[in-house]
Every structure is written in structure tokens, then in C-alpha cells.
Design a protein around this ligand. Sequence first.
Ligand code: NAP
Length: 293
Amino acid sequence: MIESLNFTNNCISGVYLVLPPTPAIGGWEGVGEIHSVGSAVVALSPGDLVIHAAYLSGTWQTYVVEDQSLWYKIDKNTPIEYAATVSVNPLSALRMLEDFVALKPGDTIVQNGATSIVGQCVIQLARIRGIHSINIIRDKPDSDKIKEKLIKLGATKVFTESELEVKGVKNLLGDIPKPSLGLNCIGGNAANMVVKFLKQGGTMVTYGGMSKKPITISTPYFIFKDISLKGFLLQEKNLDEAQYRCSIDHLLALVRAGILQYEMEMVPFKDFHIALEKAMGKQGSQRKQILKF
Ligand SMILES: NC(=O)c1ccc[n+]([C@@H]2O[C@H](COP(=O)([O-])OP(=O)(O)OC[C@H]3O[C@@H](n4cnc5c(N)ncnc54)[C@H](OP(=O)(O)O)[C@@H]3O)[C@@H](O)[C@H]2O)c1
């Protein structure tokens, strides 16, 4: 089983809002190989690559025995680290782009946390649909390099937070339309930056709070711009099995075609404590940590 340290580190530290009852086995996503099947199983055979049905925890196990209906067979040509990580971050990016605002080619979205895996997926999925993306990143000494990377992925514009400390952002948009959808995974001032770009009647969807700072939006944005604030939680989406499979198949097809990519680091399970430290940001910004059992 291969698993990414995504929700897992927040669950282990007990700060995630949705926690399994303890004692619990860690892990929210992953890929495994079928070891053996019972005599009534026809859809799966030993050697098949499978991911778990939606939103079940407990993937940190060498062997798992469960009903065949809980396993979803995937194409063996899928890079294993993408198979292990597709069911949370890329799926969230896809759903947020599709489920809140009816976007069409030529429209614009704006997001903070653009360097996150969700953020990188949003950029690429938007580009594939011909949607412009405005991306907000933290100020850092190497922010020019980060901007270059995101532009290569398909970002239309990338700004550091300090570049947005201006009265209006209209001049920064050039000839692209104002965004109707904003995505916020940081909170605090970075959420205000997103709202600042939104067009009249635009919607900001909050799906994370990496800065641990509350969102405070100025009153005029509600009165004069009529903006809406919404939240997103993947586990609450209640995608039915067909929707889940269709979304996963779509994302993994993009991965196999080489048009959906993000950076990851594979770590042997015995070094999980190092991976956890990195995932918790104790060594600065890091690539996504993927545990290999
Ligand atoms: N609601 C849902 O269903 C759902 C689903 C998936 C993910 N999420 C949430 O989405 C967020 C992103 O997840 P991910 O796995 O894609 O993240 P990730 O790849 O680990 O990236 C973390 C992001 O947060 C930024 N960041 C970290 N600490 C920060 C701080 N103190 N202040 C400001 N920015 C900070 C990082 O910026 P740098 O690159 O500058 O370090 C990076 O952009 C997380 O909050 C996660 O819990 C929610």
C-alpha cells in the first residue's frame, strides 16, 4: 500500500475536524495490489492495482481484507504515486472547479495556496478547460522561481501576497475577466486577497486554513459586490460510486497523458517519522510525502 501524508498528519495531531474513533489506523488514501481473492470474486484478480472506495480511513496497513465492492480497480499503467494520491487533492480540485460556479472557457478563477498540490491541480485542470487562473503565493526569497514553475503548469498570473497590497487589482488583470470563483485554503489576509479579485456576485470557497488565521472580510464586499462565501469538504460531497469513478478515471487519464503532474517524494514506511515532520512543515516547504510500505 502506498499512502500520501495529507489529512493524515492533521488527524494524528488531532486537529482535523473529522476524526475516526480511536484507536484508529492512520491513512486516508492510497493504492494497493490485490494479493488474493475469495471464490465468489469475479471483478478482481491477484496483481490488480486498486484504490479504496471514497473517503475511508485506515490505509496504513500491509494487508487489508474487505468486500470487493470497496475496491476500485485502476489501470496498471498509472504511475503508482499518482494512484496513491488521486482520491483526495486532485479530486477536491476537480470538484471545486465543477460544483460551485458554472465556468466556461475564457472565464477566470483566483486561488491562494497555489503551490499546494490542490493548487497545482487547480491550475492544470483550469488550463485544460481554457479557464484563466490567478494564483497567490507566499512571499519568499525564491518566489520568482516558484512563479516560473506555476506559469509552466499553466497559471495565467501569479502574485505574491505583498504584490497585492495595492488599492485595486483591476490593473493587474490585464485583458482577462475578473474571476467568478475564488478558492481559499490559507485564511487570514490571503483570503482577503482572493475576495479582492472577485467579480460582482463572485463566490469564494474555503477548503483549508493553513495559516490558522480567521477569515475577516470587509463589509463593502458584501454590500457592493454581493459576494458569497462557501465551504468545501470532500468527505461531505457524497459523490455516488459512478461520479467517484468517473472523476478518478478522468484524473488518472490526464496523469497517464502527462498533462496532470505534481511533485512528490517517495519515503519508505520505516522513515515515516521523517516524512511526518516534513509534512507538518517542520523543515520548511516540502514536496508531498508518499509512504511506501
Ligand atoms: N476540504 C477538503 O475536503 C480538502 C481536501 C483536500 C485538501 N484540503 C486542504 O487543502 C489544503 C492544501 O492541501 P495540500 O495537501 O494540497 O497542501 P500541500 O501540498 O501540503 O501545501 C500546503 C500549502 O499551504 C501553504 N502553507 C503552509 N503553511 C502555511 C502558512 N502558515 N501560511 C500560509 N500558507 C501556508 C504552502 O505554501 P508554501 O508552498 O509557501 O509552503 C502550500 O501552498 C490543506 O489545508 C488541506 O487540509 C482540504
